[in-house]
Design a protein around this ligand. Structure first.
Ligand code: BGC
Length: 250
């Protein structure tokens, strides 16, 4: 694994990109971003990836793209928070063709988890770890013995008769106008449901909202240890670059 690798994270509201020092797990310079196109279809997103990569330059090496969908062999299999035209589309091939560079695509939460397990809050964890990203939806990454079990999609576990992410995502907190006690009560219920099924040793809480971890941490309850993500909002970008550097194609 060597050098600087371009990582891109496709989120619900913005697409973030950065050159990542994959030996140190650090973004070189600052992340740049562009609004996520609406609708976010293959045709509207690919030019955004090309523009961001063009602004960052770098070598002609492989690019890692974190994407909010089940991804296998570069193809998207689900589309909970993006346009349905993604289902069956091979985003990695489309992006590689447009960029003229090899592209590795993986689930966004898996990417974030890889960054946290290698350089962040999960560094010393050899047991079972669940990384959670709270954003437009809830992304999950499951690790045991340091190995990723890809594409877990536990944000779609049923809670209160609905997808857990509709009940407890950061977006739901904003839309429903929940304060931290109101939202954390929902998060605690979700953590309990996950714990009952998978018995993790550690939960890592990520997404931009984890920047406020100190404010809501006293309200969190779980039988597992709960840690804040170290990379907060840019774990996906760092993890995408790491996956590309190691050629960890799911
Ligand atoms: C998607 C996941 C994604 C998560 C976070 C969910 O709606 O199904 O694939 O990881 O949102 O973006």
């Amino acid at each position: 694994m060597s050098g600087e690798v371009l990582g891109i994270d496709v989120g619900g509201s913005s697409v973030k990109a950065g050159l990542v020092d994959v030996q140190q797990g650090k973004v070189i310079g600052t992340l740049i971003s562009a609004p996520t196109p609406r609708p976010c279809t293959p045709a509207s997103l690919i030019p955004v990836l090309v523009a961001l990569a063009g602004r960052l330059g770098g070598d002609r090496g492989r690019i890692g793209v974190a994407f909010p969908s089940v991804i296998k062999g570069g193809t998207a299999f689900t589309a909970a928070n993006i346009d349905h035209s993604w289902i069956g589309a091979n985003g990695a091939s489309l992006a590689a063709e447009a960029l003229g560079r090899p592209v590795l695509m993986l689930n966004d939460a898996d990417a974030a988890g890889l960054a946290e397990m290698r350089f962040g809050s999960g560094r010393d964890c050899s047991g079972t770890v669940i990384m959670l990203t709270f954003g437009t939806g809830i992304g999950t990454a499951l690790f045991t013995g340091g190995q990723l079990f890809a594409n877990t999609e536990l944000g779609h576990l049923e809670l209160r008769g609905m997808d857990a992410e509709k009940w407890a995502s950061a977006q739901t907190r904003t839309v429903a106008g929940l304060d931290f006690p109101g939202w954390i009560a929902r998060v605690n219920e979700y953590l309990a449901a996950l714990h009952a099924l998978l018995w993790p040793d550690v939960f890592i809480l990520g997404g931009a909202v984890s920047e406020h971890f100190d404010e809501f941490a006293p309200l969190l309850r779980s039988a597992a240890e709960i840690r804040p993500a170290r990379f907060a909002g840019h774990a996906g970008t760092v993890g995408a670059a790491l996956a590309a550097a190691q050629d960890l194609a799911p």
